[in-house]
Structure formats: C-alpha cells, structure tokens
Design a protein around this ligand. Structure first.
Ligand code: HEC
Ligand code: HEC
Length: 301
C-alpha cells in the first residue's frame, strides 16, 4: 500500500517536474524572441503642421483602428485582459505618456515595423497591417496625435500569459511579435490615388486582415479571448461569404452595422464605430477589392 502511494507520489512529482521544465523552456524561448534586436534603415520623414493635415490624420487614426487599443483620446487602454492570455494595453501616446519621448523616426519604426526605439520588438502592436501605410498618411497621423491634448493616465504594463506564450511558441499566435512577420527591407510605396478602385481598396484592406484573415475568409481571430465570435467571411463565397450581397448592402453593413436580412452585426467585436466614419469612396474601394477575391469557404484563409 505505502509502496503504491510512494510510486504514485514519484509519478506525480515527475509529471510536475516535467511541466515546470516545459514551462521554463517555453518562457525562455519566447523571451529570446521578445528580446531579439532589429536593425532598420533610417527613413526621412518630416511632419508638417496645417489644419488639413490634422483632419486627415484624425481620419486615418479613426479608420485604421488605432483608437481600439490606444483609446479615443490616445491616452492608452487595455484591450485584452485574460488570466491565461495575459493583459495587453496600448500605451498612452499623448504628451502625458510616451508622446514627448517619441521622435518622428520612433513613430515610423513603431507603426510600420513594430519596433521600439531600443530596437526590440513591440508586442501585439499590429505593424504588419500598417507596414504599407503611405508617408502621407503616416505623417498626418503623427501630426494629429502630437497635437492632441495631453492625457494624464499611466500606461498599463503588459503581461504575457502562459497561454499566449505557448500559442506563440507553437506558431499559433505570430501576431504577438509582428516584427518577425515583416520584411523590413521592403520599400515603402505611396498610397494609390484616392478613388473607388481595387487598388485603393487593397491599400485600405490591410486594416481588416488582422481579424478577417490574410485571405479575408474569416474564422476565429488569433489571440482573441474565447467569448469573441469568429470574424465573418468577406470573400464572395455564396454560402458563407458576401456572395449574395450588393455594394449597397456592404455600405449599410459598415455604416449601420446591419446585414441585408436586417440582423445586427455585433459591434462589440466588429469595429462599426470606425467603419461608419469611412467615406463612400473608401467603402466602395473596399467592396471593389473584396469582389476580386476568390470565393473561399469560411476560415480557410
Ligand atoms: C491591437 C491593438 C493595437 C492597435 C490597433 C494599434 N496599436 Fe499601437 N501599440 C499597441 C501595443 C500593445 C503597443 C505596446 C507594445 C509593447 O510595449 O510591447 C503599441 C505601441 C505603439 C507605439 C510605440 C510606443 C513606444 O513606446 O514606443 C506607437 C507609436 C503606436 N503603438 C502607434 C499606433 C498607431 C498610430 C496605430 C494605428 C495606425 C496603432 N498604434 C494601432 C497596440 C495597438
Ligand atoms: C477587431 C476585429 C475586426 C476588424 C478590425 C474588422 N472586423 Fe469585420 N467583423 C469582425 C467580427 C468579429 C465580425 C462578426 C460579428 C458578428 O458575429 O456579429 C465581423 C463582421 C463583419 C461584417 C459582417 C459580415 C456578415 O456576413 O456577417 C462585415 C461586412 C465586416 N466585418 C467587414 C469588415 C471590414 C471591411 C473591415 C475593415 C475595414 C473589418 N470588418 C474589420 C471583426 C473585425
């Protein structure tokens, strides 16, 4: 009897030890990726200041979803708080927070490359989606945030939970370190001319890809807490996608958060508050782009 118990004890002890060892390995390896240093080419950007540029910057900040994580006042906010995934918060980017410390070059590195001024990668800052942001849109954005009133709110420190680490190490959460996904030597292009074209829609669509997937076929959103619904299929698939929608349906969906059958799109997860601010031209451009995609079953990327 005591023998069996002793064996059981040893067994449990070994299992626990193994668990601790594995956790240690995951922790160390993920830490290595988070501490990796990147070298970037310097870029020359000048931020002008005029009211048209500030208005443009406000629009870009709105439709590109920065406020979802940095707050509508850019004073920072928590966007994931989950015991297993961790706590993730966008820092305060106004002069009351990081604002005074960030040079224009630091802004460019953060937004287009996901890299901090000390050459280390930013966590969960979706730079892959902003990598092709044009110089014009980026400088307008910087000018706008630099002009915002200073917000006095401490930045909440990031805590990476064990599940986020395991998902990251097993290749299921590459978004944790976007800098690893970006070709840092790719040249920056200017934005295509503003118009309801496939090209302009492609340019805008990068802000939808983070949730709707690189192929826009929807499915579970990587890194989202379990209560989040899957993102919808935006390809022209007639069964699960937008195959039966018209441009007017799409316009109503992004503006009013309603599907053609009148049902509500869940605005807690789908950022209708930002897409509703898009111009007609921007929404038509996105529609034109989505129409060029191959119809794909949901979640197939
Ligand atoms: C999904 C959430 C999310 C979105 C959307 C987002 N950010 Fe961030 N951002 C973060 C997080 C988190 C950090 C801090 C990461 C860290 O400290 O490792 C960050 C960091 C930054 C930094 C660097 C601050 C520093 O201290 O170096 C800048 C600049 C920035 N974001 C600007 C933007 C802009 C501009 C946009 C929109 C174009 C944007 N962010 C959209 C989450 C987000
Ligand atoms: C933060 C994540 C997120 C972003 C960013 C996002 N979406 Fe969504 N979207 C969702 C989720 C989640 C749903 C499903 C909501 C529901 O179940 O009601 C959705 C639903 C939709 C729908 C409804 C389709 C249907 O059949 O139900 C459309 C249209 C849509 N999104 C378009 C877009 C476009 C265009 C963009 C980029 C401008 C975008 N979304 C950006 C998360 C996102």
């Amino acid at each position: 009897m005591t023998r069996t118990f002793r064996m059981l004890g040893i067994g449990i002890g070994l299992l626990l030890g193994l668990g601790v060892l594995l956790a240690g390995i995951v922790y160390l390896l993920s830490g290595r990726y988070l501490q990796q240093k990147y070298t970037l080419h310097a870029v020359n950007l000048t931020v002008a200041e005029d009211s048209a540029l500030l208005a443009r910057g406000r629009h870009v900040a709105t439709i590109r979803g920065c406020m979802d994580c940095h707050g509508t006042d850019f004073g920072g906010q928590i966007f994931i708080d989950d015991p297993l995934l961790g706590r993730f918060a966008g820092p305060n980017l106004t002069r009351g927070g990081r604002g005074t410390a960030l040079s224009v070059a630091d802004w460019e590195r953060a937004v287009r490359h996901g890299i901090r001024s000390d050459d280390r990668p930013l966590r969960f800052m979706p730079a892959l989606e902003y990598n092709q942001l044009s110089d014009e849109d980026l400088t307008a954005l910087i000018a706008y945030v630099q002009h915002l009133p200073s917000v006095d709110r401490p930045t909440v420190p990031i805590r990476i939970g064990p599940l986020a680490r395991i998902l990251f190490m097993t290749g299921n959460l590459p978004q944790l370190v976007p800098a690893r996904l970006i070709d840092h030597d790719a040249p920056h292009r200017s934005a295509p001319p503003y118009g309801p074209t496939v090209e302009y829609g492609t340019y805008l669509s990068s802000s939808c890809a983070g949730c709707h997937g690189p192929g826009f076929s929807g499915g579970p959103i990587p890194g989202a807490p379990p209560e989040w619904p899957p993102a919808s299929n935006l390809t022209p698939d007639p069964e699960t996608g937008l195959g039966t929608w018209t441009e007017a349906d799409f316009m109503r969906a992004l503006r009013e958060g309603r599907r053609p059958d009148g049902s509500a799109i869940d605005a807690r997860y789908m950022p209708i508050r930002f897409t509703s601010k898009m111009t007609d031209v921007e929404i038509r451009a996105l529609w034109a782009f989505l129409q060029t995609l191959p119809p794909t079953p949901e979640g197939n990327h």
